[in-house]
Design a protein around this ligand. Structure first.
Ligand SMILES: Cc1cc2nc3c(=O)[nH]c(=O)nc-3n(C[C@H](O)[C@H](O)[C@H](O)COP(=O)(O)OP(=O)(O)OC[C@H]3O[C@@H](n4cnc5c(N)ncnc54)[C@H](O)[C@@H]3O)c2cc1C
Length: 263
């Protein structure tokens, strides 16, 4: 039986992290907030040989807004987003979402990048980044690559991230002052993982009117809607594989989200 021991490296730069991942002996894992990796390792579902703790990499906590693009470092925590580190209307939207993730102690440690790479289909950020049509910037020793989040996450708990790479930031277009959104999350208790997520985003000046359904057994998808229609077909296209009560729950939330932003 394999021993539970692993090499632990705390690094202070992205370059150092990449060097450890490249040279480390065996299967390497990045440790950010540890809120998902910790439980996975405790349950022996993940057994890395090398753990690279990026908790000291300050460059990964930067947030910038430039030429209409918001860039959020992978190590920005849920609580920093909740507290308003992201500027403008986008920040208001994301703060509202962050507030509904788990409870404050988890939000203080858990990071945007960690949540994305963990790729739990019920995670709040995954659905939000898909409706924002966000891109993820992956870095390895050859440089940076930008990939749409919808292509990066290839299935539940599965991404296309190589084991010698890490996520450095997430980018998307800033919302304008005209943006409206409806983020509905149904869970048994406040702060728990969702049974159903529905998001409708409308930004008139950018011609955006989209919905996303999350917390299903597949990666969330986004579809464009039409203001003058009931959008029943669009809703059905997102949840066609759902059955019974679960389908009804998603359908009700999606209809409500569309209604909230139309008016
Ligand atoms: C009790 C509890 C309740 C929760 N409730 C919710 C909830 O309601 N909604 C929700 O969305 N989430 C919830 N979570 C999950 C939480 O949001 C985690 O913070 C998140 O899933 C992982 O972020 P992390 O920074 O802790 O990542 P870690 O646990 O450190 O890492 C997770 C995975 O990402 C990889 N990774 C991390 N950062 C990088 C990087 N920069 N580059 C490459 N790989 C990286 C790790 O190797 C690992 O595979 C909950 C967690 C707990 C423990």
């Amino acid at each position: 039986m394999k021993a539970a021991a692993f090499e632990y490296h705390r690094v202070s730069t992205v370059e150092e992290a990449l060097a450890v991942l490249a040279e480390g002996d065996g299967y390497g894992k990045v440790l950010a907030g540890g809120q998902s990796l910790g439980p996975m390792m405790n349950l022996r579902l993940v057994r890395p040989d090398v753990v690279v703790d990026i908790g000291g990499v300050r460059s990964l906590t930067e947030v910038t807004s430039d030429s209409g693009i918001i860039r959020i470092g992978a190590r920005v925590t849920h609580s920093a987003i909740e507290d308003g580190v992201i500027p403008g209307p986008t920040g208001v939207f994301l703060s509202e979402v962050a507030h509904g993730i788990a409870y404050r102690a988890i939000r203080n440690r858990g990071t945007l990048g960690g949540s994305l790479v963990h790729a739990d289909p019920a995670a709040d950020w995954l659905s939000v980044l898909i409706v924002l049509d966000a891109s993820v910037v992956v870095v390895d020793q050859d440089g940076e690559t930008s990939i749409k989040v919808k292509d990066f996450v290839v299935g539940p708990f599965t991404t296309g991230l190589g084991d010698k790479s890490l996520v450095s930031r997430i980018e998307f277009k800033e919302l304008t002052g005209k943006a409206k959104w409806s983020y509905l999350k149904s869970s048994r208790k406040p702060g728990e993982f969702a049974d159903a997520i529905s998001i409708c985003l409308r930004d008139e000046s950018e011609g955006i009117f989209r919905i996303t359904a999350g917390a299903m057994d597949v990666t969330p998808k986004m579809v464009d809607c039409n203001l003058s229609e009931s959008n029943e077909e669009k809703i059905e296209s997102l949840i066609s594989h759902r059955k019974g009560y679960q389908k009804g729950l998603h359908c009700t939330l999606l209809q409500r989200s569309i209604h909230e932003v139309k008016n």
